[in-house]
Design a protein around this ligand. Structure first.
Ligand SMILES: NC(=O)c1ccc[n+]([C@@H]2O[C@H](COP(=O)([O-])OP(=O)(O)OC[C@H]3O[C@@H](n4cnc5c(N)ncnc54)[C@H](OP(=O)(O)O)[C@@H]3O)[C@@H](O)[C@H]2O)c1
Length: 261
């Protein structure tokens, strides 16, 4: 039987755009209570308003930079005052910076990718675990990527970061054995969000080109998947879920149409 998320506390990192913002709305539509974190407060506010319109019982926002331990601690201290048991943690904050080969790679890009996608997940999980109810149905979902499973040229640090996320998820699954807390990784392929805009450092034309002529996943596709995972009966753990658009048979094999068909 489907597990109800009504009035359950759900913490989403990176809720200011893309998957995180869509997840806020989707969990909101289930009547959940939301704790939303990211760095862009105006965008977070927008996510919270949309989630409330969709049906969220509550939606609270707080600045969060997962690359800083103090920021993660401040966020969870704030959260602790509001909630009576965290039910779902979604470690979504992250992304790719640049697409240089390793020979051309920039320290700042590498550091940002490892900090947000790897250390951010570790820090956030460490800080949130004491808040998590050891209840049936409690769930941690980490957002990985097909990049964590397949290397590609120009993906060195990002592929490494998402491969690390997969191993963190597997480690947590072992460490939380017997706690009742479920642990999942959702590993999407090509999805149209602000991901490419960030990767290409604001170059909108380059970002647009990535999705041209193909039908990528949407943020809503991922948000619905996250809700589905968290609403399985409490004895069911979706360990690993790889989700790609039909037009993407493999990481570098994306079908492009010359005209819409
Ligand atoms: N789109 C894809 O094709 C795709 C495929 C596979 C996996 N993913 C992964 O999915 C996740 C979400 O990405 P998206 O596609 O939704 O892209 P997006 O629209 O760029 O969203 C990324 C989110 O992460 C937040 N974020 C980034 N660094 C952060 C930090 N240091 N502290 C707190 N929040 C931070 C951003 O918020 P602020 O900038 O406001 O802080 C934003 O809300 C990422 O982990 C990404 O690697 C994306």
């Amino acid at each position: 039987m489907e597990f109800s998320l009504k009035e359950k506390w759900v913490l989403i990192t990176g809720a200011s755009s893309g998957f995180g913002a869509a997840a806020a709305k989707a969990f909101g539509a289930c009547g959940a209570r939301l704790l939303l974190g990211a760095r862009r407060m105006d965008r977070l506010q927008q996510s919270a308003e949309e989630a409330k319109k969709a049906g969220a019982a509550e939606a609270h926002i707080h600045f969060l930079d997962v690359t800083k331990t103090e920021s993660v601690q401040a966020f969870t201290d704030w959260a602790k005052e509001k909630i009576n048991g965290l039910h779902v943690l979604i470690n979504n904050a992250g992304g790719a910076h640049g697409q240089d080969t390793i020979a051309q790679g920039k320290d700042a890009d590498w550091e940002e990718m490892i900090q947000s996608n790897v250390l951010g997940v570790l820090r956030m999980t460490r800080a949130a675990l004491p808040l998590m109810a050891r209840d049936a149905g409690a769930t941690i979902i980490n957002i990985g990527s097909v990049a964590g499973r397949t290397a590609y040229e120009g993906g060195g640090a990002y592929c490494a970061a998402k491969a690390a996320e997969l191993q963190i998820t597997k480690t947590l699954r072992l460490e939380l054995f017997g706690s009742g807390i479920r642990v999942s990784t959702v590993d999407p392929g090509l999805a149209e969000t602000e991901f490419s805009l960030i990767r290409f450092k604001g170059d909108a034309a380059a970002a647009k080109k990535v999705y041209e002529g193909t039908n990528p996943l949407t943020a809503v596709d991922i948000a619905e998947t996250l809700v589905w995972i968290a609403s399985r009966p409490p004895h069911v753990n979706i360990d690993e879920l790889v989700i790609k658009p039909v037009d993407q048979a493999a990481v570098g094999k994306v079908f492009k149409r010359t005209s819409n068909r």
